[in-house]
Design a protein around this ligand. Structure first.
Ligand SMILES: Cc1ncc(COP(=O)(O)O)c(C=O)c1O
Length: 409
């Protein structure tokens, strides 16, 4: 039996219907937004939406404290400052992540040091982290990449005896669990993002979660101009700023939170279904899932293509899949250690002595490099929000492209 022609060359696409759109919203968000509008209480200090969201989000993520802020980048910076990271301290981060994981470190006046990821899980490799630890290492920021918790047992075991802070970057991991425990509660503190693409969104927004009372109090003060609960209004105790989330965004986020559990279950079951089918195609490696990952948030569905085994280049496969009606992308074009920002150490007024101490050009992260250069393929979370048949179409498109791989040379 011959497979129908590739859509790229004029054949019928596997899929012509669109996948579910993102964001998803409805009456709950509308009602909450209107209530805030009409109340005239639009700021966090007057209204109730931010406080409600902080409490609900923190509880859903296994924490006593949640501090809502303007975005996920600022959340990282505030958590580092609150934890006592000081000028020139080293913070280990993965090179395969959004730039904010590393620039938040610079903005906290500290020095990001890159440790490579594991090629199968796309998460920080604990062995690479161990090799990057120096006496100046004061924090590790594991990213739960694509929504799959990092190897927290190994990372916490490395950090704890050395007094090193572990801050989860859970920007992708709303509702994910590790050995049944929620991401966000797996270390000293965690940060989340509610930017447009994220699994819980209000266009922008961020959150710090922690079970450490002192750390929470320090974050709360920094996010609110250095104020303290017992102080008067114009009394400021630390260098900080206004990073408070607004009531309109929290109104939307409370609505989004009502939807999170259902959506997380749908992504989880569709993600497992898709991974099982793609694993059967030569040269395709869906993100390896350790048993400790008891729920994957699937902010992204990640596949690694081995071009030699698959028989076509990643970029050719991307084009062919797009034509078949499956939106996908190559993701990051640079490993962070190769970004001009780091190669040129364009740190502005920050961390002056990093210029002498560190050579990012010499810092090699081959696994991250190969993913960026030729092997990573991303599918967005909204593709997993439909039915099982919807994700079967994705697998069928991959199979069809593989069957025609020789035409893509
Ligand atoms: C892994 C990761 N960390 C941090 C951030 C920063 O969050 P924000 O865009 O809300 O500042 C993002 C994404 O946008 C991210 O993907």
């Amino acid at each position: 039996m011959t497979t129908p022609a590739l859509a790229l060359f004029g054949g019928q696409p596997v899929r012509t219907r669109p996948f579910p759109l993102w964001p998803v919203f409805g009456a709950t968000e509308e009602e909450r937004l209107l209530r805030v509008l009409r109340s005239g209480q639009w700021g966090r200090l007057d209204g109730t939406e931010v406080a409600e969201f902080e409490e609900r989000f923190a509880a859903m993520h296994g924490c006593r404290h949640g501090i809502a802020v303007v975005n996920g980048t600022v959340a990282l910076r505030i958590a580092l400052l609150a934890a006592g990271i000081r000028a020139g301290d080293e913070v280990i981060v993965p090179p395969y992540t959004f730039v904010a994981t590393a620039t938040a470190v610079l903005e906290a006046n500290a020095i990001p040091v890159f440790a490579d990821i594991d090629l199968a899980t796309f998460n920080l490799d604990p062995q690479a982290v161990a090799a990057a630890i120096t006496p100046r290492t004061k924090a590790i920021i594991p990213v739960h990449f694509a929504g799959q918790p990092a190897d927290m047992d190994a990372l916490v075991a490395l950090a704890k005896p050395r007094g090193i802070l572990v801050l989860e970057d859970a920007a992708h991991a709303h509702g994910a669990t590790y050995r049944g425990r929620p991401a966000g509660s797996l270390a000293d503190a965690a940060t989340f993002s509610f930017q447009s693409s994220k699994n819980v969104t209000a266009g922008e927004g961020g959150m710090i979660t922690t079970n450490d009372d002192a750390l929470a109090a320090a974050c709360r003060s920094i996010h609110n101009c250095g104020r303290v609960p017992e102080g008067v209004w114009y009394e400021h105790h630390v260098v900080s700023g206004n990073y408070r989330l607004g009531e309109f965004q929290a109104a939307v986020l409370n609505g989004q939170l009502d939807r999170l559990e259902d959506q997380a279950q749908t992504r989880e079951s569709n993600g497992r279904r898709l991974a099982a089918r793609l694993a059967g195609i030569p040269g395709l490696h869906p993100q390896r899932r350790p048993t400790e990952c008891t729920r994957h948030a699937y902010h992204l569905f990640m596949v690694r293509i081995d071009p030699a085994l698959f028989g076509a280049s990643r970029d050719a496969v991307l084009k062919a899949l797009e034509a078949e009606g499956v939106p996908c992308s190559a993701g990051y074009g640079y490993s962070l250690n190769d970004q001009p920002l780091f190669r040129n150490k364009a740190f502005g007024p920050f961390v002056p002595d990093a210029r002498e101490r560190l050579d990012y050009g010499a810092m090699r992260c081959p696994n991250s490099d190969v993913l960026c250069r030729e092997q990573a393929l991303w599918l967005g979370q909204n593709l997993l929000l439909g039915s099982g048949e919807d994700v079967d179409d994705i697998a069928t498109a991959f199979e069809k492209v593989h069957a025609h791989r020789h035409e893509l040379a």
